[in-house]
Design a protein around this ligand. Structure first.
Ligand code: HEC
Length: 132
């Protein structure tokens, strides 16, 4: 399966995804399709966190777990000796870790918007670096 990515990182993420476990279906989607899903899921979570709609903890947690599965799959693909590959890998790992912190915040009803803002900052900072 071809993995469609921005030209700058195409060489890093051009391998087909390894099929591993429950997240395989999401993890095999091309990066752009994954990003579109992330965009709509992030908007849903943002509405809940911002109070535009009621916070459904189960739904928000499920969407955040989707981010974790996808970003771990992406991190696993960003292998190679270049500094860029290791930067992309650590960005996706950090994104997964921040999604996990957001799940914990939702569970605890504490610092939800702080954690979610950090997660959104991860989106922007990776785009600034790689989605030009
Ligand atoms: C570690 C890097 C990284 C993170 C984190 C990341 N993105 Fe992206 N995103 C990219 C790259 C690279 C592209 C360009 C993909 C391409 O054009 O092939 C992209 C493209 C997109 C696009 C355009 C997709 C299209 O239709 O071409 C959207 C929308 C998007 N990202 C949303 C998000 C959202 C929302 C988040 C956070 C919840 C996020 N991204 C987090 C790297 C990242």
């Amino acid at each position: 399966m071809e993995f469609v990515v921005a030209p700058r990182i195409a060489t890093l993420l051009a391998l087909p995804f390894l099929i591993a476990g429950a997240g395989a279906l999401r993890a095999t989607t091309p990066l752009q399709a994954t990003m579109r899903t992330w965009n709509s899921d992030a908007m849903t979570i943002g509405q809940m966190v911002g109070g535009a709609r009621a916070l459904d903890k189960a739904e928000a947690t499920q969407l955040l777990q989707g981010f974790i599965v996808d970003s771990q799959a992406m991190a696993a693909q960003a292998e190679g000796p270049s500094a860029e590959a290791s930067d992309i890998k650590s960005r996706f790992e950090e994104f997964a870790a921040d999604a996990q912190l957001t799940i914990a915040a939702i569970r605890a009803d504490d610092k939800v918007s702080v954690r979610y803002s950090q997660l959104r900052a991860d989106c922007s900072s990776c785009h600034d670096a790689y989605a030009d």
